[in-house]
Design a protein around this ligand. Sequence first.
Ligand SMILES: Cc1cc2nc3c(=O)[nH]c(=O)nc-3n(C[C@H](O)[C@H](O)[C@H](O)COP(=O)(O)OP(=O)(O)OC[C@H]3O[C@@H](n4cnc5c(N)ncnc54)[C@H](O)[C@@H]3O)c2cc1C
Length: 244
Amino acid sequence: MWVEGKVIERRDWNDKLFSLFIQADIAPFLPGQFIKVALPIAGKRIGRAYSLVNAPGSATLEILVVAVEQGQLSPALAALSAGDKLEVSARASGFMTLVEIPKCRDLWMLATGTAVGPFVSMLRAGQLWSQCENAVLVYGVRYAHDLAYIDELNTLASQNPSLRLMISVTREAIPGAFNQRITELIATGQLEQAAGLPINTDNSHLVLCGNPDMVSETQQLLLEKGLHKHLKRQPGHITVEKYW
Ligand SMILES: Cc1cc2nc3c(=O)[nH]c(=O)nc-3n(C[C@H](O)[C@H](O)[C@H](O)COP(=O)(O)OP(=O)(O)OC[C@H]3O[C@@H](n4cnc5c(N)ncnc54)[C@H](O)[C@@H]3O)c2cc1C
């Protein structure tokens, strides 16, 4: 079921990456879930999934979107401004939530690009601190200008020593960030070393979100380390959500 939504604000992070703030009356959701957003394009309703970035209870919904070249919906979303209407699913969906993720000592949140959004929602909501002792957010992008929400994340990490923020910028070298892909950082042990936390079956749960290659390759590396995919009927250490 769809409800009407209205864009009330947008924030541009670069010429392709933006956040939309949307007023829409949807059912309560859990941090980590996504809504579907749709626009009529050439006489058809084109809808796609977007993770919610806001914490539950906030007055407006917030999504982080990258305009994909030749994409059907995202360039049309990029053309919206305050006052424009769109359709929003009446309910959010998805199992990448703290309700589904088992309690653990160290929660690793690995995101590429716009997939940082659901983790920002979890951090804003704060309830992950009843779930784990340490949280590591690993945020991989191509260029420094792709780092949406970076000031807010740096502030959160500076206020809370239990949150470690690891940035990976693959196509340019910037101070304080890794210059390699997340998969390489895991394979070489650099992430564990930088976080001061080992990745193992006793202490770790890893949530992988975003680019399907990152998700598949990282999952394979973790399986080789002896970790298992988390299933309802068989608890494990790896939760995944692929964006395409
Ligand atoms: C559970 C889930 C949550 C998602 N959350 C978000 C989100 O928060 N923000 C967001 O921008 N997208 C998100 N996506 C992707 C989104 O649903 C659309 O696929 C994306 O906006 C492209 O739609 P389109 O119609 O413009 O492109 P299409 O014509 O459908 O083309 C799809 C192609 O676009 C590329 N692509 C899709 N998503 C991305 C992306 N995020 N970054 C880079 N390339 C991409 C891939 O090459 C893919 O094959 C999510 C997808 C899923 C399944």
